[in-house]
Each structure stands twice: as C-alpha cells, then as structure tokens.
Design a protein around this ligand. Structure first.
Ligand code: PMP
Length: 304
C-alpha cells in the first residue's frame, strides 16, 4: 500500500511521517497520554488558530500537562513543517495540520510523574476532500447499540485527548453494519455526537444541536454556527437534548468538524433526511466557507 506523503515534525526535526521517531516508551503511544488539535487552511491561512490553541490549553489543564511552548513557537514550527511539505509534495490545495502533544516518556507505569517532558509531533498533509457522494447524498450514520459516549464524569468528551478508543470501537460497530459513521448516545439515551464530528439538525427554520451537557467535544465548527453563522443563514439556534425517537421529525441532519466544516447527513439508521441544493445544510455550508475565507483575509499572520 502506498501511503500519501505526510510531512512530520517531531520535536523540531522534520521528517517523512512514514519514518519512526517517537520512542516506544512514549506515553502517548503506550496509554494515549496526550492531547491534540487539528487545524485546516482556507485560502492557505490556518483557520481559527486562537480557538484551537485555547482548547488545547483547556485539554492540557484537564490532564495536568504543562505545555512548555507558547503559541508563537508552535506556529513557527507549523510554518516550517508546511514549507517542508510543499518542498516535498508540491501540493497546492488546502492543508490538514495536526499537533499532537504527549506527556513524554519514562519508565513503564501509569504514574504521570514517570514522564520526563512534553514532546510534540506536527503532521501536515493534504486536506481530505469530501467526495461528491458525501456532498450530494450525505453521510449514512448509525446509532451505536453496544457502546455509549464517555460520560463527562469519566474521560470527558470536552478534553481532546490522544485516546479515541471509545470512538474507534463505536465506529467499528457502525461500519460492521455498513454505515459511514456512528452516532453515540450518552448514558441517559440522549444524542451526543459522531466519531469525530458534532451533530445538528434542521426543523422548520431551526438549527438544533445537543448541548455541551450531553457530553460532546466543544467543537469549534459548532461554536461558529452558534456564534453567528446560523443567524446569517436565517436559522434560529436551539441547544437541547435530543432523543432518538425524535429523529423522524427532523428535515435535515449535518456533521460539523474542522476538516468537513458542514457535511450533510443522508440518514441515521432507517430515518432519511433531505440533502442537496436548496437545503438549509447547503446554505449553511456556503455561509461557513465564505466566513472562513473572510477570516483568512483578515488574518495574514496565520498564512502557511
Ligand atoms: N467531536 C469529536 C469527537 C471530534 O473528534 C471532533 C473533531 N476534532 C469534533 C467533534 C469537531 O470539532 P471541531 O469542529 O473543533 O473540529
């Protein structure tokens, strides 16, 4: 299998991501003891730089990880990594930029005091494109039956950690049933989110999404819709608990994430949703892209 070229930067050393650099004693590798963020570019500018950095600090504080680098240092490392990517891959399109920070390495054992110092890995590659089917027909989702979203009293979904096992197991379940992605319920049986995206619905001019109290990642794409995009697309925002029995009442459904921005959902199990031209989801997606391009013009400092 030939892998697409991914440019890596491990603690300041640039290399092909296919080449190993992280120690087998790295706690991110052993226990998922780390945090991460994913940015993407619009018009070659990193979108929502500050919001992702803030969330990274929040995740770090939750796990008691002290990040030794400030945002400027990491931004410069990202710019070096992108330069190396372009030198190697000559790609011209928009980029996917991932920053992974681990607590470090040390003797085997869960005690976080065994960790020496934080390590970072930056990964840069082409932004994965949404295919035509995903845009026209929408993603096909299935509610996980065997597994639920971690409750906020456990590994809080608001922490963007390097441990995605719960989501991986749920996604496997949906894939076994030949769906594209999974929808997790919380322990109370309310909808939360998909494996790597937030979830929202449209009903009679309303944009309805589970609240953070449902147990979700506080998605930055979702936050932008709430902060003003919904209004620009003539939609009223409603954050409220949603139960699976209500799905049949909704007109449209969508996924929200950095890499997809807004992606239509065609069905959740046997409930179908409207997709295609003229839908509120499509209008919201266009509004999002236009806002992200305005952000790019206003933030030349985040050009990569
Ligand atoms: N939920 C989960 C579980 C995710 O992994 C992601 C993507 N990081 C999201 C939601 C979407 O968040 P964002 O809009 O900040 O990318």
């Amino acid at each position: 299998m030939t892998l697409e070229y991914v440019q890596a930067n491990t603690d300041g050393v640039l290399h092909d991501a296919a080449v190993a650099t992280v120690s087998p004693l790295n706690r991110g590798f052993l226990y998922g003891d780390g945090i991460y963020e994913v940015w993407r570019t619009y018009s070659g500018v990193i979108f929502a730089w500050e919001e992702h950095w803030e969330r990274l600090l929040h995740s770090a504080a939750a796990l008691g990880i002290e990040i030794p680098w400030n945002a400027d240092v990491i931004l410069k490392e990202i710019q070096r990594t992108v330069q190396a990517y372009r030198d190697h891959a000559a790609g011209k399109g928009e980029l996917y930029i991932r920053l992974q920070i681990s607590r470090g390495e040390g003797e085997i054992g869960l005690d976080s005091e065994l960790a020496d110092r934080c390590r970072f890995v930056i990964l840069v590659k082409q932004l994965p494109a949404l295919n035509e089917r995903n845009l026209e027909v929408g993603a096909r989702l299935s509610i996980a039956q065997r597994i639920r979203r971690n409750p906020i009293q456990c590994l809080d979904p608001a922490w963007k950690t390097g441990n995605y096992l719960n989501n991986i197991v749920g996604l496997r379940e949906a894939k076994e049933r030949r769906f594209d992605d999974v929808v997790f319920l919380n322990l109370r049986g309310e909808l939360t989110e998909a494996s790597t995206s937030n979830l929202a619905f449209i009903k009679s001019g309303k944009w309805i999404t589970p609240p953070t109290a449902a147990g979700i990642l506080h998605g930055i794409t979702r936050a932008h819709v709430i902060a003003g995009l919904a209004e620009r697309a003539d939609l009223a925002v409603e954050e409220r608990m949603i139960r699976p029995e209500e799905l049949a009442d909704f007109d449209e459904a969508m996924l929200l994430s950095t890499t997809k921005d807004v992606q239509p959902v065609g069905c959740i199990d046997d409930v179908d949703f409207q997709t295609g031209p003229g839908t509120a989801t499509r209008i919201l997606k266009e509004a999002f892209v236009s806002m992200a391009r305005d952000y790019a013009t206003a933030h030349p400092q985040f050009q990569v």
